[in-house]
Design a protein around this ligand. Structure first.
Ligand SMILES: [Zn+2]
Length: 469
């Protein structure tokens, strides 16, 4: 089957009308594609319920996230490198070139979809200013696992605080949640994230079920600093690939030491990048909406090196939770990739995987003009409070350096100015975020309500703040 002949099967559901709130009831408003998705989710939910009767065997799953990474750049720079990590996972698993068309191409919204299985028209996340509330209504894979199977060991390693904040949200936090602060370069910092990930894999007990989310940021940082078409971006893609190889090698060692036990590996990104230096991403151009899901399922070697054009970013959480026999939510936008009949029927064996994936990337285009404009407006408004926050932090940091020098009078003045800048700007961030949320809602973000109840409040002894009676 030729990849170019296929229509992109499962983009994010298009928003109904620009600038108008979508109806709350999803059944009457979703597109044909989304409706098909939700009925598939229901059928898979029945399968998962049946499977749950058995006592689940130990399961080991790792999700590897690489921020802002274009699949065509992976194929161009990392696929043919000696000991390519990306190629290792692709050759042991199944790769889907996916698209985020209809969904905001910003990290906060996209990692929220990756970790909740719901698009931004449900979660309502519009930018990178962290807010824990969406994850109370739309629990993460970590929350769902920790609620249903608290004995599963969950761990998150990341060098972007938003990811660690997500891992702590939703009432049922990750057991281990390690933030790696910037050190020398972003690539060095990613290397430290991967060091911690590898140590965790090596220490994983064969009898305990475990889930790891390992997140690297250097590719996205290179895209912002120099553009997606830059040599810096290419170097960061190669560094990420080498890090993925180190993780795969650690898994190989672990599997050699524990015969018969295997890890499931999923590799994904949250969005792509514009080619030239500038805004980076956030809009609906094909370079920004381009994404991928690589899925190496434990015990499955029959599908090694194949391609699946029916994978979706929203499938990642349904896939992970069902591997742990955690019940699927009725309002997931995705389905378990390992068991959904329609997704399994879309597996193809390309003559040349690299060429087939390049063909798949090339077939994705822009959304309709209404969606394009609506999501562009949303991103512009959503960026104002975020950039204000960054400017404030660098301004107050510079003032702090004056305070630290303890220069007579100047240091005291700097401290006062710092207070004023912080106060004024916090208010500005707050006001502009309220405006951005309103624009987000008008353009469809967070307009579809959950159909499942929120997870019950966690037991009091697991809450850090003591409850006074
Ligand atoms: Zn970015």
């Amino acid at each position: 089957m030729r990849a170019v002949a296929l229509v992109p099967a499962r983009p994010a559901p298009p928003i109904p009308l620009p600038f108008l709130p979508a109806p709350v009831a999803p059944a009457s408003s979703v597109s044909v594609g989304a409706a098909a998705t939700s009925s598939r989710a229901r059928s898979a939910s029945v399968v998962a319920a049946a499977v749950q009767l058995a006592d689940p065997p130990p399961t080991h799953v790792i999700l590897i996230g690489t921020d802002g990474t274009n699949l065509d750049k992976v194929l161009q720079y990392a696929y043919d490198q000696p000991d390519s990590g990306f190629r290792a996972v692709m050759e042991q698993g199944v790769t889907g070139a996916t698209t985020l068309v209809g969904h905001t191409t910003i990290s906060g919204p996209s990692w929220s979809t990756i970790l909740t299985g719901a698009w931004d028209n449900k979660t309502g996340v519009i930018n990178n200013i962290f807010n824990p509330r969406p994850y109370d209504a739309w629990p993460t894979a970590i929350n769902l696992i920790e609620y249903s199977r608290p004995e599963v060991n969950t761990a998150v390693y990341a060098d972007w605080q938003y990811i660690n904040d997500m891992a702590a949200a939703g009432g049922y936090a990750a057991d281990v949640n390690q933030f790696v602060a910037f050190d020398t370069t972003w690539e060095d910092t990613d290397d430290q994230v991967v060091d911690a990930t590898i140590a965790r894999i090596a220490a994983t007990s064969v009898t305990d079920s475990s889930f790891i989310f390992s997140y690297q940021v250097a590719v996205d940082e290179a895209g912002h600093a120099a553009g997606g078409g830059s040599p810096e971006y290419a170097a960061a893609v190669v560094n990420t690939s080498e890090n993925i190889k180190r993780i795969m090698d650690a898994i190989d060692v672990w599997e050699f030491d524990n015969p018969g036990e295997e890890w499931t590996v999923i590799v994904t990104t949250d969005h792509g990048h514009q080619q030239s230096k500038g805004f980076g991403h956030g809009f609906q151009s094909p370079n920004e909406t381009s994404s991928f899901v690589i899925f190496d399922l434990e015990g499955d070697s029959a599908n090694d090196g194949r391609q699946n054009l029916n994978y979706s970013t929203a499938d990642i959480t349904p896939t992970i939770v069902s591997l742990f026999d955690v019940p699927l939510r009725s309002d997931f936008d995705g389905v378990p990739m390992q068991s959904d009949p329609a997704v399994l029927a879309s597996l193809v064996t390309p003559d040349n995987l690299k060429q087939a994936l390049n063909d798949a990337v090339a077939m994705y285009g822009y959304p309709n003009i209404g969606t394009d404009i609506a999501l562009g407006v949303r991103t512009v408004f959503a960026s104002v409070p975020y950039f204000l926050g960054i400017i404030t932090n660098s301004t107050t940091a510079q003032l702090q350096s004056l305070v630290d020098q303890q220069i007579f009078l100047i240091s005291t003045l700097a401290q006062g100015a710092q207070f004023v800048v912080q106060l004024t700007s916090d208010a500005l961030v707050g006001v502009t975020q309220v405006v951005a949320r309103a624009v987000g809602h008008l353009t469809g973000a967070g307009t579809i309500a959950p159909t499942d109840a929120p997870l019950p409040a966690p037991p009091a002894d697991s809450v850090l703040v003591p409850i006074l009676v």
